[in-house]
Design a protein around this ligand. Structure first.
Ligand SMILES: Nc1c(NC[C@H](O)[C@H](O)[C@H](O)CO)[nH]c(=O)[nH]c1=O
Ligand SMILES: CC(=O)[C@@H](O)COP(=O)(O)O
Length: 165
């Protein structure tokens, strides 16, 4: 299903956990910052809107999406961080460079979530052009940052449900 068929900012919100004491780290790529800043704003406001405390949301910037994995790993290693959200926009260029970045970051983020036993969310847009990016960062298809934040909230809740007996 495409983002055109399922708005990124529309999700089920029943049974969400109390995140008032949960700490989140947002790692933001500087490449395409005119869009990544909108992703950050969407993620930040979603976390706040569903109960996170502003003082419990940290942000770190990385040069490009390829560096999201390492930046997210550094935050994920901290015992006080409950979830990490990686935000980036990798736009297809003339070569296959975007493919290498996208696959590396997707696999890398998967790996570090497992290595660190905590949610590390892939909030990376991989559009064919800038308009597709804009449409998914607060445009007609919603905001990938909203979706990434809600994913983090739900995964934190699932971890508590499984491990807090
Ligand atoms: N073209 C894009 C990049 N390229 C930079 C890489 O992410 C990386 O920083 C560089 O290869 C050095 O390791 N990054 C994006 O986030 N988005 C792009 O469209
Ligand atoms: C995803 C990228 O790094 C991209 O901007 C590179 O563009 P190109 O493939 O035209 O060199």
């Amino acid at each position: 299903m495409s983002s055109a068929d399922k708005n990124l900012s529309v999700f089920k919100t029943d049974g969400l956990p109390d995140i008032s004491n949960k700490k989140f780290a947002l790692v933001v790529a500087e490449w395409n910052s005119e869009v990544t800043e909108k992703l950050f704003e969407g993620a930040y406001q979603t976390l706040i809107g569903y109960g996170a405390a502003a003082e419990n949301i940290e942000r770190g910037n990385v040069p490009g999406s390829f560096e999201l994995t390492l930046g997210a790993h550094w935050y994920a290693q901290r015992s006080d961080i409950d979830a990490v959200i990686a935000l980036g926009v990798v736009i297809q260029g003339e070569t296959k460079h975007n493919d290498y970045i996208n696959h590396a970051v997707a696999q890398g983020i998967t790996n570090i979530s497992i290595q660190n036993n905590k949610p590390v969310i892939f909030g990376v847009l991989t559009p064919n052009n800038m308009q597709q990016a804009v449409d998914r960062a607060g445009g007609v298809h919603g905001n990938k940052g909203d979706e990434a934040a809600m994913t983090a909230i739900k995964m934190v809740g699932l971890k508590d449900k499984i491990f807090t007996r």
